[in-house]
Design a protein around this ligand. Sequence first.
Ligand code: ADP
Ligand code: MG
Length: 284
Amino acid sequence: ATPTAILVACGQAAARGILFRGGDILEQTGRIDLVAFDKTGTLTHGRPAVTGLYPLGGDETELLEAAARCESGSGHPLARAIVAEANRRGIHPPLEAGAETLPGLGVVLTGDRDEIRVGKAELAAPDTVIPGLSPDAGETVVFVSRNGRCLGAITLADDIRPEAADVIAGLRRAGIRTAILTGDREQTAHHVAAALGIDSVAAGMTPAQKAEWLDRQKQKGRRVMMVGDGINDAVALATADVGCAMSGGTDIALENSDLVLTRPDLRRLLLALRYGRDSLKIIR
Ligand code: ADP
Ligand code: MG
């Protein structure tokens, strides 16, 4: 009769938008003692906005036009924000389909006449100092270069989800540790972690490094859940004991996840953990 009880619990959870890919996932969720969150789109809304343009030498329009052209085919939240800001200023770059995405780093567009890079300093502008650039703790910085020459930097900010602090507090009360895993810079990650009371921070990580981090936690005997929205999280989601994808995420994230929250509301995570823990109490 107990497998039936598990099935019933999965059904009840599903009715509340919490999809467990099987009864074993429900039970594994009950044993989780560490939850690692992706930042962009998971702890934050994933709808960043451009907050500043820092052209190096040239003008703002040249900087934004190049960035938007390079990002025009990307679905990344930062890419959308840059294209939206360009459009707002009357700049409508042609859609470039050939750009290459380097997960956790940025985008490279190799065109007929030029090569444009948008992303982290190491990708687009190694060792470049941009006068006047002193981003707030919460801001993300992306650099733009054309043919190896840095055109400047763009800062962006993304709001933290309103329910996130309550959810982190709820996890703490349940005795579950929390971590933030992000490709974004140290300061931005620490800003979010401090605002929410998250226990540990791993910043500047590539998707592969996120997976390695999760693996190390597993080797230490932790039962780890990774919560992500997509784009770069597929490997991490697959590596965690339980990979949890929030809806609004990309298809690849949904495919690699064990648990899907069908609405972008982190409170459902607490509910999912409760379903998991209750399932362990069902007498076998
Ligand atoms: P997170 O781990 O917070 O989800 P990502 O792994 O998607 O962040 O990206 C990490 C960092 O890589 C970003 O903060 C940005 O600096 C850079 N980056 C990634 N994708 C892009 C992009 N399409 N355009 C510009 N920068 C990008
Ligand atoms: Mg992400």
